[in-house]
Unconditional design. Structure first.
Length: 148
């Protein structure tokens, strides 16, 4: 009879690799990191910790200060569809238990990696129309930014 031990070991290694990928962290591709260090890329995004942002969401699309906001929670963007004006600033708040990004399919905006409990901002593109986006760490997460 053949031993199942090699198969169990292989399955455990694959599971470990998959979990490590979900919890990997990186640096934002735009703006600054939460410790204020510049990151590589254009200054269209900035990452802050909750204490630095000072905004508390009153609804997923708008903070108590009236700023546009996308909340990441339970591996989903809320709202998944948001309409903004060209050049408007959008704040993305990660209320999930793992790191995420909000990255345009055409790379016209990108928050970089947002750690759990942190937030980041990006500037809406000047080009009007629909701009689909994903989380590059979890590509099944998607939404659409409409510039009107």
């Amino acid at each position: 009879m053949t031993s199942l031990r090699p198969l169990q070991t292989a399955a455990a290694l694959l599971l470990s690799a998959a979990l490590a990928a979900c919890s990997s962290s990186g640096t934002p591709s735009n703006g600054t990191t939460s410790n204020g260090a510049p990151s590589n890329g254009a200054p269209s995004g900035a990452v802050t910790s909750p204490a630095q942002s000072g905004a508390v969401a009153s609804s997923p699309a708008q903070s108590s200060t009236g700023a546009l906001q996308v909340i990441i929670k339970n591996f989903a963007f809320a709202p998944a569809a948001l309409t903004v004006k060209a050049g408007q600033t959008v704040t993305v708040v990660n209320q999930d238990s793992t790191a995420h990004t909000l990255t345009a399919s055409d790379k016209s905006f990108d928050t970089g990696t947002i750690q759990p409990g942190a937030s980041a901002t990006f500037t809406a593109p000047q080009q009007s129309g629909d701009h689909p986006y994903i989380c590059t760490i979890h590509p099944f997460m998607h939404g659409t930014l409409t510039v009107g």
